[in-house]
Design a protein around this ligand. Structure first.
Ligand code: A3P
Length: 320
């Protein structure tokens, strides 16, 4: 039977209006349950914990933004659907005509409203930027598989700063203001350290069901990650497939060069926040490199962020 989902939340607009809000990034952010969310998305995300119904065979791509979400979505989609489409068939392979972000829905956000997610056949491939604390706890008790992706924080910050400036129609955010806010934990889905740590701890508790990845690992050895990912999702490459290079085709199809050169990713885009921001898909493909922070941040800024990271992750076993 279809599951009815109430459109009501326990929180009305008045209660949202009392939450702390800060301006600076491309849209205002609101602090909800210790997580800074884009204000226009708060009501939607508040519903997720109560109303999203995880299934035991869901695979959830959970990422800290600017860590390679687009890349991970592409890789996972290509892996799961590899028998359905020819990699070079521009008329049929969805990755050649659609942006990867639209192929794997975000739980509770645009393209992934909760009613729609109920209609998807199992096993579902879903995505989220939400921290674990804003997702239903049944994700853990049901043993849902999570692929978590984060990134070296200085690079994640620089990627965020560029991105927000590209999608804003009006005022830009300067590097110093952005840095101060990021450092204070105030960035979309931040504080980043809580985000990383929640999933890190979950991966230690459920190592077979939570795969903790870093952007740098995929850059370093994409083929290994693609093979690991396929195994983790439950559709490992056969010996035959590896011999004929299907795994390498996935890497190639989802590579920065291949994706960023496609017409859809050069010229397509989507409006958000009632037209206040426009995400040109090209903004999702900037450089695709590691270590770019040195070209934008001073040595002092870098050291300051490193010290914060060291302090926040002390004793957790998580290092960058
Ligand atoms: P840079 O801004 O450092 O270039 P997200 O998808 O989570 O928003 O992350 C965006 C970052 O991932 C950007 O980093 C972007 O260039 C990079 N990226 C996007 N697609 C990629 C790909 N196919 N391969 C490598 N990096 C990619």
């Amino acid at each position: 039977l279809p599951v009815a989902i109430s459109s009501k939340t326990n929180h009305d607009d008045n209660s949202i209006a009392t939450l702390p809000t800060r301006e600076g990034w491309s849209t205002p952010l609101t602090l909800y349950n210790n997580c800074w969310l884009r204000s226009h998305m708060v009501a939607k995300f508040m519903r997720v914990k109560e109303n999203f119904k995880p299934r035991h065979d869901d695979v959830i791509l959970a990422t800290h933004p600017k860590s390679g979400t687009t890349w991970l979505k592409a890789l996972a989609f290509a892996i799961v659907n590899r028998s359905s489409y020819e990699f070079d068939d521009a008329d049929h392979h969805p990755l050649l005509t659609q942006n990867p972000q639209t192929l794997v829905p975000f739980i509770g956000a645009q393209g992934g409203n909760l009613e729609y997610l109920e209609t998807l056949p199992s096993p579902r491939l879903l995505a989220t930027h939400l921290p674990l604390s804003l997702l239903p706890s049944t994700i853990t008790t049901l043993g849902c598989r999570i692929v978590y992706l984060c990134r070296e924080p200085k690079d994640a910050f620089i990627s965020r700063w560029h991105f927000d400036n590209k999608i804003t129609q009006g005022v830009k955010i300067d590097l110093d203001t952005a840095f101060t806010m990021f450092f204070e934990g105030c960035s979309p889905f931040g504080p980043f350290w809580d985000h990383y740590l929640q999933y890190w701890k979950e991966s230690l508790q459920r190592p077979r069901e939570v795969l903790f990845l870093r952007y740098e690992e995929i850059v370093f050895d994409p083929l290994k990650v693609v093979r690991d990912l396929a195994g983790f999702i439950g559709v490992p490459f056969t010996e035959e497939e590896e011999k004929s290079g299907v795994d390498q085709e996935v890497v190639r199809l989802c590579g920065f060069k291949a994706l960023s050169n496609l017409d859809i990713n050069r010229n397509g885009g989507t409006e958000r926040a009632e037209g206040k921001i426009f995400i040109g898909y090209s903004a999702l493909f900037r450089q695709g490199k590691t270590g770019d922070w040195v070209n934008h941040m001073s040595k002092e800024m870098g050291e300051k962020l490193d010290r914060l990271v060291e302090d926040k992750f002390k004793g957790s076993g998580l290092k960058f």
